[in-house]
Design a protein around this ligand. Structure first.
Ligand SMILES: [Zn+2]
Length: 314
């Protein structure tokens, strides 16, 4: 990988050239290869496809600290920072303002984002059976730790159950996403969403590290005792509650909280503190995302609920 040979039972870092920066030096995609001494699956771990989503970077660092190539089966390809340009600019996008996670599978002659997507597909995804892609809530929102995947595929479902995030959401991957492009190449992918941009969220990191190690263990790649075997709640229906007026949003529910149909989740008032208009749950469910920036315009998404009693009421 990237001109580096990694013998079984060892680990090494490869640096794959992406493009020169405008200042002339090369930008590299750093890939840590942990090559187990025994045969087994190949798994990639990817972080910071959105350059300002940092929890995944830390999750991957901590997981790498727990892996021992001589006692491992299979291979882990760890890429803590995929969007190297966005990461150094502390920005979600690439310098060409494209979203890397809408640019897959990309092409060698396309836009900057498209080329980086293509490089990642060729150098990493094409070698792997399973992928874990780490993300955070964006645009002033935070996410409760959750896995998004295709629960209709029995193997993917097994992986999600092994990872055991508090909640697993069945959904279709968006066009241009890494998950969609990798599925087409025959890989199985879990997307882990937790925390918020521009900071570390300790609970999101802890859940992500533990889930990743459980998944690697269930794949037979790492040993260790099955001391804690949490279960995950599987859901197929989620909905955002949108602001019914502009103003200052005060949220009154926590991430992961179970709510009843019609429950008061917060209110939106003006700056002088009028009583405000309540925001209510349309179904019973679990709060899986919420806005952290209190300033909202009418129509903005404020609370994300995983529905636990069928389809939401309109
Ligand atoms: Zn993201």
């Amino acid at each position: 990988m990237g001109g580096v040979q990694v013998a079984p039972g060892t680990r090494a870092r490869a640096e794959i050239p992406v493009a020169r920066r405008t200042t002339g030096e090369w930008a590299f995609l750093p890939v840590e290869v942990v090559h187990g001494s025994r045969e087994g699956p190949a798994v990639w771990l990817s972080g910071a496809i959105h350059g300002d989503e940092l929890d995944g970077v830390e999750i991957i660092r901590q997981v790498l600290g727990r892996l021992r190539a001589p006692s491992m089966a299979g291979t882990v390809l760890a890429v803590p920072v995929v969007n190297v340009f966005g990461f150094s600019n502390e920005n979600r996008y690439l310098p060409d303002r494209r979203d890397l996670n809408r640019s897959f599978p990309g092409g060698a002659r396309g836009s900057m984002a498209s080329r980086l997507a293509h490089l990642f597909m060729k150098e990493v995804v094409s070698l792997c059976d399973v992928g874990l892609d780490f993300h955070c809530g964006s645009d002033g929102r935070e996410n409760h730790p959750q896995v998004r995947c295709n629960l209709d595929d029995p193997e993917t479902r097994e992986y999600a159950r092994a990872f055991a995030a508090p909640i697993t959401i069945h959904n279709r991957p968006p066009d241009g996403s890494l998950r969609k492009a990798a599925l087409k190449e025959g890989a199985r992918v879990l997307v882990y969403e937790a925390g918020e941009v521009g900071r570390f969220t300790p609970s999101a990191i802890e859940t992500g590290v533990a889930g990743t190690l459980r998944l690697l263990r269930s794949l037979g790649m790492v040993g260790g005792d099955a001391v804690d075997e949490p279960s995950t709640l599987e859901v197929r229906e989620t909905y955002w509650i949108r602001a019914n007026r502009s103003g200052v949003f005060r949220v009154s529910v926590a991430l992961g909280e179970h709510v009843e149909k019609g429950q008061h989740l917060g209110s939106i008032a003006d700056t002088l503190g009028d009583e405000g208009r309540p925001v209510r749950a349309r179904t019973a469910g679990m709060v899986i995302g919420r806005r952290v920036n209190p300033l909202v315009y009418q129509g903005e998404a404020v609370v994300h609920v995983a529905s636990l009693d069928g389809s939401p009421l309109e």
